[in-house]
Structures are given as C-alpha cells and as structure tokens.
Design a protein around this ligand. Structure first.
Ligand code: ZN
Length: 267
C-alpha cells in the first residue's frame, strides 16, 4: 500500500514536472528585431552576378519575415561607412570596395568584431586590386582560375563538426555557379577552416574552360575575424538547392550568433 502511494506520488510529480516543462517550452519569440544586417551589392557588376545578387536579396529578405531582424539593402556602401558599427553583420554580394575610405572603414569594422558574410566575386582580387589587407582578411591569395560555364557541382563537406555544416550531408549537388581557384590556397593558411570543397569527382569540370584537377575550397572561415566566405554567387538559377540554402542560412546565422555583444538568438 505504501509502495503504491509512493508510485502515485512519483507519477503526479512527473506529470506536473512535464506540464511545467511544457509551460516553459515556448520558442524564444523575438520581441523586437534581433539584429541589424547591411546587404551590399553593385548593380553595375557583370549581369550574371547582379542576377545572383537580386535572388540573394530576396533570400535574405525572406529570412526577415516576422521582423526577426532588420535588413538594409544598399548599392552605396560608402554612404554607410561612417556608421558601420550600427550593423551587426554585413552581407557582401559580389561586392568589393575600390575607394580607400570604404576599405579603411571596413577594415576598422572587422578589426573591432564586425560580422561579414561574403559571396563569390566579393573575394575576387588580382595583381591590380592593391589591397593586401583584404588577402590577410580572406585568408587566401588572388584569383587563379575558374571553370566555365556555370554549372551544378558536387560539393564535399570537409567537416560535420562545425556549426555551419553539422546538419549537412557529406556530399551534395549545389545550384549552378562558377567556382574559383586561389593562389595561395586558403587551405594552407593555419587560421582558415575550410568547410566545403569542390569534389574531385567533378573532374573534368566545365565545357568551355575545363578544370581537370586541383583543390577548390568553396566555403571557409578565417578564425581571426567573424567572417565566412562562400564561393557561390553566379547566375539566375541560384537558391534552388535546399541543402545549399540550408548552408547559406547556417553560415549567416553562425556569423550573427558570434557577435561580441552577445548571441542575439538567445535574447
Ligand atoms: Zn562569376
């Protein structure tokens, strides 16, 4: 009889505990936009890059639904350079500043804990761009080669231990894009974590310009900054791969979550 009483008491406690858990359950509903993002693109860039950029604007806009965060879209980065610290993350779509004042403001912003998500030609540089700090920031050398035309590709996830890739399969087919090779290769940089790479199973890769071998890191982060670079970003058939879209959301969310002012998703 005593045993039965204890059993009943235990059961009642369990029920009330789980009811309490349920009461405490509700998702962390945002009471106000959690952070501010500044998205930059260049409408005078090559047409296929602008096509990607416009699709990316739509992609990041959809992520704001419910006013989860404030998204400012601009084609005039210079107009924001005096108050970059108002923004928790910058999204650069095929954009790279040429003006000295913009470069200086960006460097200061990143060296003070700013966040950055960069796509495709954003990292394009060559002997004529004359911005050595940008290479230090990106963790790679200059553009070396690409395949042509843009096409779907099998990508390999280098590690599933990272927050950006932990829910991705080991391999997936990405939406059509153009891929770049770098010299020096960012994989050689001890401060860089390469997260996604073009699979060698693609070779020979391309129809006009054919890549037959080599290492093409596609997504990486330089641990010295709150940044991630994604090499995708060419053409109007982007954002059609759920796996790749998940990667983009993960990358964006990861950079934002590491804000030195605190993780805005825990608010
Ligand atoms: Zn391109």
């Amino acid at each position: 009889m005593k045993k039965l009483l204890w059993l009943l008491l235990g059961l009642m406690f369990k029920i009330s505990a789980s009811a309490q858990d349920f009461e405490n359950y509700p998702a962390k509903y945002a009471q106000a936009p959690r952070f501010n993002a500044l998205l930059v693109y260049d409408p005078t860039a090559e047409e296929a890059h602008v096509q990607f950029d416009e699709q990316a604007v739509s992609f990041f806009h959809k992520l704001t639904y419910g006013e989860g965060y404030n998204l400012t879209v601009t084609t005039d980065f210079g107009a924001y350079c005096s108050h970059l610290s108002d923004y928790d993350v910058l999204i650069w779509l095929n954009y790279s500043p040429r003006a000295e004042a913009e470069r200086t403001a960006f460097q200061r912003y990143m060296e003070n804990g700013g966040g950055w998500v960069g796509f495709h030609a954003t990292a394009y540089n060559d002997k004529d761009t004359h911005w050595p700090w940008y290479n230090t920031f990106l963790g790679c050398g200059i553009f070396l080669a690409n395949q042509w035309p843009p096409q779907c590709a099998l990508l390999t996830v280098d590690t599933q231990e990272h927050a950006v890739t932990r829910n991705l399969p080991k391999e997936f087919v990405a939406a059509p894009s153009e891929y770049y090779m770098w010299y020096e290769n960012p994989r050689k940089n001890p401060d860089v974590d390469v997260l996604v790479t073009l699979s060698e199973k693609n070779y020979p890769f391309g129809i006009k310009d054919v890549i037959t071998y080599g290492d093409f890191p596609v997504v990486w982060t330089n641990r010295n900054y709150r940044m991630i670079y994604l090499n995708m970003g060419h053409g109007d058939e982007s954002f059609i791969s759920p796996t790749e879209n998940l990667l983009f959301t993960n990358a964006f969310r990861w950079v934002v979550s590491r804000d030195p002012k605190g993780d805005p998703f825990l608010k």
